[in-house]
Each structure stands twice: as C-alpha cells, then as structure tokens.
Design a protein around this ligand. Structure first.
Ligand SMILES: Nc1nc2c(ncn2[C@@H]2O[C@H](COP(=O)(O)OP(=O)(O)OP(=O)(O)O)[C@@H](O)[C@H]2O)c(=O)[nH]1
Ligand SMILES: [Zn+2]
Length: 308
C-alpha cells in the first residue's frame, strides 16, 4: 500500500468509507469542518476510516485521494480470498457483546488477537444488561476473558450509556461486534447527531437499510472520536503471520520458546510447553481451541495463496 504524502494537496481525515467512495473531512471537529466526497486515484488504493488522506479538489465538494500519511495501526480482516480494511489509527477497540442474541466468544478472541497484533487497547462491553435473566449466562461466557485481566463494562445502551463516555474521552475508538449487539444504539446515545448522518448517507446510497452498512467516524464532545462499523459475522485473521499468532495470546507467552522442538506446532508433539500448560489448567481450554481454529484458518489461507 502506498504511503505517498509528497504529492501535495489538502489533507483531511477519512470519516466515512463506503465501497470505493470516501468522505474526507478537513478541520475535523472544529467549526471550520468541511466534508469532501472523494474517490481514490489508483484502482487498487484502499483507505479506511481514521486515515489521514491527501487529496486534490476536483470540483465543488469533491476530490481525488492521492496519498496517505503513515498509519499508526490498521484494523482489518481477511480470509483466503479477500481482505477488508476496517479502520486506521485507533487508540481503543470496544468489543460489544450483549445478553441477547447470543454472542460468540471466538469472535471476542479474534478481536483481541487483531488488537494485540496491532498494539491497540481493548475494552469489552456487555450491553443489554437490563435483560437480567440472561445476564449470568453472558457473564459466565465472558469469564475466561475476565480471568485474563480484561475489563468488562456492563451497561444498557437503551437506558444509560454514560459509564462508557469517560473511557472514550480524548481517544479514537471503534465499536466492533456481531450484528444486533447494539452498536448503533450506543453510537446514537453517545453522538446525538449520528442518526441523522446515517440516514443521510443511507438515502444517498439508496440502501434504505437500517442496519449499519459502512464505517463512519464521529467527533465526541469530550474530545476524541468514535467509529461505528458494520456488524460482522466473520472476522478472519488470515493476514496474521503464523509465527506471530501464539504471542497474540498473552497467556501463552510465559511458555513460548520452552517446547522441546523449536518448530513445535503445539499439537501432539512430545515436550510441548503449551499443551502441558493446558493440561495443568494454566491455559483455558476455550482459548486453546480458539488458537487451534485460527491457526488452521491461517494455514488454509497460506495454502490457497500458494495454489495448493
Ligand atoms: N433491551 C435492550 N435492547 C437493546 C439495547 N441496546 C440495543 N438494543 C436493541 O437491540 C437491537 C439491535 O441494536 P442495534 O443498535 O441496531 O445493533 P447493531 O449492533 O448496531 O447491529 P448492526 O447494525 O446489525 O450491526 C435493537 O432492537 C435495539 O433496540 C439495550 O441496552 N437493551
Ligand atoms: Zn509446543
């Protein structure tokens, strides 16, 4: 990907990304804020919400993106065949789950791995805490993450999203979650003008849908900004290098490098320090399952790319 800022032109923040169309905002969060509809110059160029773009104006309120400032980090997903940028230059990934519909703990592990890999902080939000009969089951499902030291913030977006606000102040955050967890409800509470902005774009795109279909970045009154992203059912991590995956599970780190074989795959090899830790109960079986699953996906993707 090109990081060409030498081209000159105006700079702005990518505040919305829909297909090959981007909204770039100059003077973001100030009274001088201006929104420009942009397309990328190159066929293959891809940008994400949170990118600092260089663009050349091409008409009233329109422009062409010609370059990009270097990214601090990039959140993206990929499988054997495709990759999709989610957001760039993040301080915090807020993983939203809910008491209902049910959520996937594997999805949480995927988000945490993506965050570890790009060194981005995380926070787990358990939404719909008002549906109290489902609360204990959801807490039990989150227990392995709590045991790892992850903070879980319980709230009800419909009743009161305020407990989240101080954790977002001054940072650039993204809400990620499976569909239906309440991300849009949270955004609409935290950013009152979000609903109108979403409707406007949906009408412009003629999608007429009420679910989130594109990523959008909003300024927060407390300083900082927040990105709403489309609900994800799949969060592939095919781009994570196989040899970097184990260290993306922080609880594996004390044992890494202690296996008998240097190229241990932590499967059935004798003298594997990770499977020994698993057997002793020092690694949670769900997390080890997630590791195995994601590793096999990465292996599959590597095989596909080599044309096996
Ligand atoms: N009881 C209860 N319902 C909630 C709460 N938050 C959201 N909901 C409901 O859950 C449903 C889904 O909420 P959305 O905000 O659309 O979920 P989303 O995560 O944005 O879903 P996608 O747009 O598909 O990604 C809606 O019917 C909301 O009214 C909550 O705190 N309590
Ligand atoms: Zn091993």
């Amino acid at each position: 990907m090109k990081h060409d800022t030498s081209a000159g032109g105006d700079t702005g923040l990518v505040t919305a990304a829909f297909g090959r169309h981007y909204e770039v905002t100059t003077e973001f969060g100030t009274p001088l804020e201006t929104r420009v509809k942009c397309v990328p110059r190159g066929k293959k160029s891809q940008y994400a919400c949170g990118d600092e773009a260089v663009f050349s104006p091409s008409g009233e309120g329109q422009g062409v993106i010609t370059g990009l400032a270097p990214r601090r980090n990039l959140l993206w997903r990929s499988d054997a065949f495709r990759e999709k940028l989610i957001a760039a230059n993040l301080d915090l990934i807020v993983i939203v789950v809910a008491t209902e519909p049910g959520f996937s703990d594997l999805f949480i592990s995927r988000c945490l791995i993506a965050a570890e890999h790009q060194r981005i902080d995380t926070l787990i939000v358990l939404n719909k805490a008002d549906l109290s009969d489902r609360l204990d089951a959801a807490r039990a499902q989150l227990q392995p993450f709590v045991a790892l030291g992850h903070e879980v913030l319980e709230l009800s977006a419909l009743e009161d999203a305020e407990p989240l606000r101080p954790l977002l102040a001054g940072r650039r955050s993204i809400l990620v979650g499976q569909s239906g967890m309440g991300k849009s409800t949270l955004i609409n509470t935290l950013v009152p003008e979000a609903e109108a902005a979403t409707r406007e774009i949906s009408e412009a795109l003629d999608s007429g849908k009420h679910t989130t279909t594109f990523a959008r970045l909003y300024a927060l009154k407390t300083g900082g900004s927040i990105i709403d992203s489309p609900g994800m059912q799949a969060f592939g991590l095919a781009h994570v290098p196989l040899d970097e995956l184990p260290a993306c599970f922080p609880e594996f780190r004390p044992w890494l490098g202690h296996c008998r074989f240097r190229d241990c795959k932590h499967e059935t090899e004798p003298g594997c320090a990770l499977t020994a830790a698993l057997e002793r109960g020092d690694i949670h079986p769900r997390r080890f399952e997630h590791f195995r699953l994601i590793r096999s996906e990465i292996e599959y993707a590597l095989g596909q790319r080599r044309g096996w």
